[in-house]
Design a protein around this ligand. Sequence first.
Ligand code: GLT
Ligand code: MN
Ligand code: MN
Ligand code: MN
Length: 386
Amino acid sequence: MYEPRPEHKFTFGLWTVGNVGRDPFGDAVRERLDPVYVVHKLAELGVYGVNLHDEDLIPRGTPPAERDRIVHRFKKALEETGLKVPMVTANLFSDPAFKDGALTSPDPWVRAYALRKSLETMDLGAELGAEIYVVWPGREGAEVEATGKVRKVWGWMREALDFMAAYAEDQGYPYRFALEPKPNEPRGDIYFATVGSFLAFIQTLARPERFGLNPEFAHETMSGLNFVHAVAQVLEAGKLFHIDLNDQRMNRFDQDLRFGSENLKAAFFLVDLLEHSGYEGPRHFDAHALRTEDEEGVWAFAKGCMRTYLILKERAQAFREDPEVRDLLAAYYREDPEAVAYLGPYSRERAEALKRAEFPLEAMRKRGYDLERLDQLVVEYLLGVR
Ligand code: GLT
Ligand code: MN
Ligand code: MN
Ligand code: MN
């Protein structure tokens, strides 16, 4: 039970299990893992796919012949294991050239370089069979407001994303672009800070149907927002193209903790939401093992993410099927036909009827919603006593 299998669609990034544990104050604590080795390890654990940045596989500055050799060797590992590469993304944050932005740098040479790197990453992903392209604007932000750059960045970003989508079209690539918001880090403030920000921006693009979201648990939580609500809105808009699962404490640096390790209740309701949403895309863990861990700890971390997801899936299912929960919810959504008749699309008759309606105001004001009992049942499911 709780054994991950490829049909669960769990994915990890080369940069997640391959994270060497560097932080702003401390050096790497683990060795870089060979991507081919990672593919074999993940396959053993029952993972569906592995995602990557261009530079996770092909170090910056690799000559073309060497690049082809690396790709060939990596593809062989994918064939041997059956692992997929569902998603790729360009690293537009590590190169010192991107220190004041990549696609929104004030320097057109930098913007052009970032765009070229994005196209090359799309080529690489197409070779590996990827159909999702993530854009994380980590360096698209600022510390200094005096430049007035905030008036220009939206246009630069739109032009770049439109260019990329047109390139995909031109090349016959199937990419759907998943945009990933974050409020800050590494920049003081990132321009595309929240899910809502990108949702609105997509509608201004030339091919909005090609664009959706890659919301991350940690990033909305850093903003003090409710991730479950954010994902629900993205789902409702038909824009959940990818999802980054991890955990995070509020008001901290980006922690990328093991899924479910911190906000268990939010994780429970997230799994509950996703599993009943019809979302069939990858369940990607954008997290990494703690810096205290050696390689064994890394695989324990990866297993933990998946196992917790599967346990929560089972717990959420049992919760939804519990007769007591069902009774409480049936009473909660009390659909009195007399009241329902006043609602719905506008008509003059309905508006007039509404104005004449007599409301059971006393009962409305006195009503208790029984949410203490409902929520206690959630807690008991999470504690494993039900
Ligand atoms: C980086 C970031 C993540 C993004 C990755 C995609 S890179 O690790 O912290 O949130 O999803 O570029
Ligand atoms: Mn993160
Ligand atoms: Mn991160
Ligand atoms: Mn992420």
